[in-house]
Write a protein that binds this ligand. Structure first.
Ligand code: TPP
Ligand code: MG
Length: 340
């Protein structure tokens, strides 16, 4: 778990450096080697490793727009994830998805930029596991800002009614972009949402990977044993802005400092020291993790960019054969279309 935590943290530190290249001084979001938004999960690693270290490759995980720590804990192909983030042809989605739309069928990991979107597919995976009589489980990650979404409620209901092997992991980092939770939600913690669905809810109040691991043993175990879904809410801390370039003018210095003070990685290191590991042991794990990340980034940056014509591949509707320009071959006025 420690190895995955330091891999995720260092991975994001390296992505930050790469991301800023060419974007300043005016912050041009489309410039540089990583175009588009970038949401970093530094401070949330405990919620990723504590749950995913109970999972097998055949278990399904869906994650939201802040996915790297969960993807790494689930065992995603780090090189191909990185190539995806850099928009390269050998990326997990041929460079078309970017950092919010990763998909690795080898380890059954997917994520989406639409919040709570991962809940219905995770419930579908849980239903499939049940119908196939396997003991696979599905885990949907979402932020505390997504717990008022309709898709979440429908998913909770369906999973509860059919006793599906699903765990809903709510990463409670106190913020939804610039919105503090208490202004939009009347419950203090997402696990209490379970009460309305006659399912189990668990709260882990501090971002301690070992505490999350113990709580997840119960939740994942319940799912694997065929005893239905659980909401597991974990307090984490957003060390960074909502996305890279967020000036966080809405956030007090105290709140930011408190988040930086509570480092789940330092907590994990203290735990490991209590169990006999020393600086050399921890340093060796970190060095290996850093090497793995540096190798993945170097490999990704060396990969080819997609051919522009490939824009027509892997889309729901391909143009008729022979059509390679973007002009529609019908009159929009006749279809009632407005243009665009
Ligand atoms: C359905 C939907 N509505 C709005 C958005 C815009 N949006 C992106 S992230 C976000 C806040 C998410 O907050 P939270 O779920 O707490 O996750 P966090 O960013 O804190 O990890 C919003 C509203 C979206 N992506 N999808
Ligand atoms: Mg949040």
């Amino acid at each position: 778990m420690y190895a995955d935590m330091v891999t995720a943290r260092y991975y994001e530190e390296r992505l930050q450096e790469e991301y800023l290249e060419g974007k300043q001084p005016a912050f041009d979001i489309s410039a540089g080697p990583i175009p588009g938004e970038l949401h970093l999960a530094a401070g949330q690693e405990a919620a990723a490793v504590g749950v995913c270290h109970h999972l097998r490759d055949d278990d399904v995980v869906t994650a939201p727009h802040r996915p790297h720590h969960v993807a790494i804990a689930k065992g995603i192909d780090l090189k191909r994830m990185t190539a995806e983030i850099f928009g390269r042809d050998t990326g997990l989605c041929s460079g078309k998805g970017g950092h919010m739309h990763l998909f690795d069928p080898d380890v059954n990991f997917a994520c989406s930029g639409i919040i709570a979107e991962g809940c219905p597919p995770a419930v579908g995976a849980g239903l499939a596991a049940k119908k196939r009589n396997t003991d696979s489980v599905a885990v949907a990650y979402l932020g505390e800002g997504a717990i008022d979404q309709g898709g979440f409620f429908e998913s909770l209901n369906f999973a509860a009614v059919h006793d599906l092997p699903v765990v809903f992991v709510v990463e409670d980092n106190d913020w939804a972009i610039s919105m503090p939770q208490e202004r939009v939600t009347d419950v203090e913690s997402a696990d209490t949402r379970a009460d309305g669905f006659e399912m189990d809810g668990i709260r882990v109040d501090h971002d301690d990977a070992v505490a999350v691991y113990e709580a997840a043993a119960e939740a994942v175990g319940r799912a694997r044993d065929g005893n239905g879904p659980t909401i597991l809410s974990v307090q984490v801390h957003r060390r960074m802005g909502h996305f890279m370039g967020d000036p966080q003018s809405y956030r007090s210095d105290e709140d930011q400092e408190a988040a930086l003070d509570r480092d789940s990685i330092e907590r994990m290191e203290a735990h490991l020291r209590d169990h006999g590991l020393d600086d050399d042991d921890l340093g060796a794990v970190r060095a290996e993790a850093h090497q793995r990340v540096d190798d993945a980034i170097a490999w990704a940056k060396d990969q080819p960019k997609p051919d522009p014509d490939d824009a027509y591949e892997h889309v729901f509707t391909n143009p008729p054969s022979g059509v390679t320009d973007t002009e529609p071959d019908f009159d929009l006025a006749e279809t009632g279309g407005e243009g665009e």
